[in-house]
Design a protein around this ligand. Structure first.
Ligand SMILES: [Zn+2]
Length: 187
């Protein structure tokens, strides 16, 4: 996965989606600025049309942005085999279990998905970014290992898609087991 705004930093000014939540009583999310960064698959042998949205929260202009959610989404109706394996029992979009997710990550994902469905220009822009990134930085052989600083990405470790699918699957099973154990303990 390649960061669109790492490759085209000048577009941060005009094409990076942000949302600001002011202080208030009835608050689903902590107040502040939310930045929705975009990472796309640059492997030209794959047409997953997949996007990772890493959401950063910035409580105030002076604070260091913190990663609060990573959303995985595809607008492709017929994903290839390796992704089918992953998303057959997962919703689209879903929270990537490899990344840090805040307690309100689910609500944040709903907020983002609402934007995608209702803001036609935004949805189209995401597709345009995918095409653009691949046109200029697509890899036809091994995908580039992309180091994200300062938010380490799992993609930097697992570059093989099948391996990643399997790992995702294992992780979900592990989490499920953990949840079951916890609910048993409560009884
Ligand atoms: Zn792909």
């Amino acid at each position: 996965m390649l960061g669109y705004f790492d490759v085209f930093p000048e577009r941060c000014e005009t094409e990076l989606r942000t949302a600001y939540f002011p202080d208030g009583d009835d608050q689903t999310f902590p107040a502040g600025m939310y930045v929705f960064t975009e990472y796309y698959c640059s492997d030209l042998s794959c047409d997953c049309q997949r996007l990772l949205v890493k959401v950063l929260h910035n409580p105030s202009p002076e604070s260091v942005p913190e990663e609060v959610a990573t959303i995985s989404y595809t607008w492709n109706e017929s994903p290839d085999e390796s992704w089918e394996f992953v998303i057959s029992d997962v919703s689209n979009p879903f929270l990537d279990p490899f990344h840090r997710q805040a307690g309100y990550a689910n609500e944040l994902m709903d907020f983002w998905y609402h934007m995608v469905r209702h803001d036609h220009r935004y949805a189209e822009r995401l597709k345009k970014h995918y095409a653009e990134l691949r046109r200029f930085h697509g890899q036809s052989s091994e995908p580039v290992v992309h180091e994200e600083i300062p938010w380490p990405s799992v993609d930097a470790v697992i570059v093989d898609r099948k391996l990643r699918s399997r790992a995702l699957h294992q992780l979900r099973k592990k989490e499920l087991r953990k949840k079951r154990r916890e609910s048993r303990r409560r009884k």
